[in-house]
Design a protein around this ligand. Sequence first.
Ligand code: NAD
Length: 314
Amino acid sequence: AQKVVLIPGCSSGIGLRIAVMLARDHMERYHVIATMRDVKRKNKLLEAAGDVYGKTLSLLTLDVCSDESVKHCMTRIKDQHIDILINNAGIGLVGPIESISLDDMKKVFETNFFGVIRMIKEVMPDMKKRRAGHIIVISSAMGLQGVVFNDVYAASKFATEGFCESLAVQLLKFNVIVSMIEPGPVHTEFEMKMITDVSQTEFPGADPDTVHYFKNVYLPSSVDIFEALGQTPDDIAKCTKKVMEAACPGFHNLTNPLYTPIVAMKFADETGDLSVHTFYHMLFNMTGIMRVTLNIIKCLTCGCLRRRTTISPH
Ligand code: NAD
């Protein structure tokens, strides 16, 4: 039987590519319920989906920040039966915290953290009853490793990881699997728009040194990292499909092998200094890259890098 997959946030980026890839599965194993806050933004999805719209792909309205919207969406789904939930909706936030209001920080948590919980609470009871289901969250490598000037975004993804890691234990008893997809940088319109927007912002409340470090040190290095390491939304879709179809899906799934050493540093040094100092040198020291290389070589020597694996999109 076809598996019913519910995906919030399908008007763009990763969610759109996952929805299309699953709906176009050549064995037609999935019925994808692609959702978005505003179905007026459906054109890009429908264009990419082509002739599968109305067959293996349907479209519904859903805002992960609204109880009413989520409940209403569920009433439109046959028997409210979901086999696989892919929590994809998310928003970013970057910049010096001095110039970000608490209200804006709360919005990030409303979407990235409470949005995920709202969706899980909606589908979980039925999955538990049926002793079957897969809950997938598009988290981030920043859910495992904090990144400078991404304080609130990383915190929202850490919170989600902690929530899901706790829940995964209980749900295993009900044969419901929880998996986190942890991409590094991914090229989406959203990322370029954010970089352009923030480079034009004034950042009231932040001192000139901090604004300088953000605009002239962090932003250029972040653009370099995106260019060097960035994956495509399609890469993330392939990794997600692979996790869905694995015989025993893992809990953590980094999508980018180049991020494995970064996460491994945490496990290599339990004081946390290795991570903090490596990131400090990467950002502020010209010789940073040398030190990073040395740290990685040290980790390779002690073997901690070999313990982790990544999901390759291929
Ligand atoms: P994106 O902005 O293209 O996609 C996010 C989608 O979520 C959009 O379609 C947006 O409309 C939707 N959304 C936002 N708030 C919503 C709400 N309240 N209800 C329903 N939908 C809502 O960006 P993306 O990169 O495709 O992001 C998808 C996920 O991947 C996010 O959770 C993001 O945190 C994560 N991620 C992105 C990157 C990256 O570099 N782009 C890296 C790691 C993880």
